[in-house]
Write a protein that binds this ligand. Structure first.
Ligand SMILES: *Cc1c(COP(=O)(O)O)cnc(C)c1O
Length: 391
């Protein structure tokens, strides 16, 4: 949670007092509908759908793209595990690609992994760092693939002047406690495609046909589930959206100072669009894993939040047990790993370059609320903790 306060409390109170706590209502517009309009307007996209989680948004995005059994979806080896589990949830097979030093999916490895069954790529803007969207979109066009941007960690980030999540065919967002904006739990999908939106809407709420007054789909109705958001959460999220620009400018301001203070002392990871980067972390690379872990330990002793991404648990593919052990569903008959004719081999060693990069990188977290004075103190500590020869 970055910034949270009176506005959110006021928004929640307004909804509680109205007694209208639901995403759809018979008369008047709901907070959820207002949020969706405001979001689409700000991000310049045609359709937006708020729902219960980022994982739900990824699943709805894939369903919206009509991805299912027999299809392969390429995901990066460094991302929260749900990016890789979402394809399984729609019956498809996740194919794991290496990342490069930008900490995002390596377009060259994506090319290597394309098969006749590949239908989509999920580039993930990890820690707010934009992917190489030019290369990814070019590959997608050439091979007729769909692109679902996982922008869960990159709300408001941009690539060459366009909001992350609007460059591909659809973008997924999360509003859980670790993200740039939060309402407790929440997620959302944005797209310019009416068909993707319609299928996502139908999957996210099997009752949308009678609940949503404006429901006029271009696609056939099918069995959905329930990933609906509460209007209480949407109201809180609207207040959070009002803070997005100031949160981002605080984070980007800190990162600019950190990086300019450290650039001569340490190798900073390359960034595909430094201006569009959300500024969530400052990422630096060391020659060896040992230098990186010693640096983290020294920082921890001074109470500074830093981490090697290799130590971030289920953000690293080698800790994705359901994938590595090929347990893709609750019953074998629904398990893509059992019913698909082609299943790739997975192993903890399959992406050696990713492991090497994640072991040698250190992430230093920025803060949206820290004073300039406190930031300069942290930077002084970081300079002291740096090994003498790192560049
Ligand atoms: C948080 C996150 C998700 C999942 O979001 P939930 O709201 O927790 O379901 C998916 N992908 C990435 C990259 C994330 O960081």
């Amino acid at each position: 949670m970055y910034v949270f306060g009176k506005k959110e409390i006021e928004a929640a109170r307004r909804v509680l007092e109205s007694g209208q706590l639901f995403r759809y209502c018979q008369d008047g517009v709901t907070e959820s509908e207002l949020l969706e309009r405001e979001w689409a307007l700000k991000f310049c996209c045609k359709h937006s759908l708020v729902m219960s989680s980022g994982t739900a948004a990824l699943i709805c995005g894939l369903a919206g793209m009509e991805i299912g059994p027999g299809d392969e979806v390429i995901v990066p080896a460094y991302t929260f595990m749900s990016t890789a589990l979402a394809p399984l949830a729609v019956g498809a097979i996740p194919v794991i690609a290496e990342i490069d030093e930008s900490l995002t999916i390596d377009p060259n490895d994506v090319k290597r992994l394309i098969s006749p069954r590949t239908r989509a790529i999920i580039p993930v803007h990890m820690r707010g760092l934009p992917c190489n969207m030019e290369a990814i979109l070019q590959i997608a066009r050439r091979h007729d693939l769909l692109v679902l941007e996982d922008s869960c960690q990159a709300i408001g980030g941009q690539y060459r002047g366009k909001y992350l999540g609007t460059l591909g065919h659809a973008g997924a967002f999360s509003f859980n406690q670790f993200k740039l904006l939060t309402c407790g739990e929440g997620g959302g999908l944005i797209t310019d495609s009416k068909e993707i939106y319609d299928r996502a809407l139908i999957l996210h709420d099997s009752g949308c046909a009678f609940r949503d007054a404006g429901f006029a789909p271009n696609v056939q109705l099918f069995a959905g589930v329930n990933f609906r958001i509460s209007d209480l959460l949407s109201a809180v999220l609207r207040a959070q959206f009002g803070r997005l620009d100031s949160i981002l400018s605080a984070l980007r301001g800190e990162k600019l100072i950190i990086n300019s203070e450290l650039a001569s002392r340490v190798r900073l990871n390359p960034i595909h669009d430094p201006e569009g980067d959300c500024g969530v972390v400052s990422a630096m690379m060391f020659e060896t894993p040992e230098l990186a872990s010693r640096f983290v330990r020294t920082l921890e002793e001074s109470g500074i939040a830093a981490q090697r991404p290799i130590d971030s648990g289920r953000h690293v593919y080698s800790n994705w047990q359901p994938v590595l052990q090929k347990r893709g569903a609750h019953v074998a008959t629904r398990d893509p790993f059992r019913v698909s004719p082609f299943v790739p081999e997975y192993s903890p060693e399959m992406c050696p370059r990713t492991l090497s990069i994640l072991k040698r990188t250190v992430l230093l977290w920025t803060s949206a609320t820290r004073s300039r004075e406190d930031l300069m103190k942290v930077i002084a500590e970081v300079r002291r903790a740096l090994p003498s020869q790192t560049i």
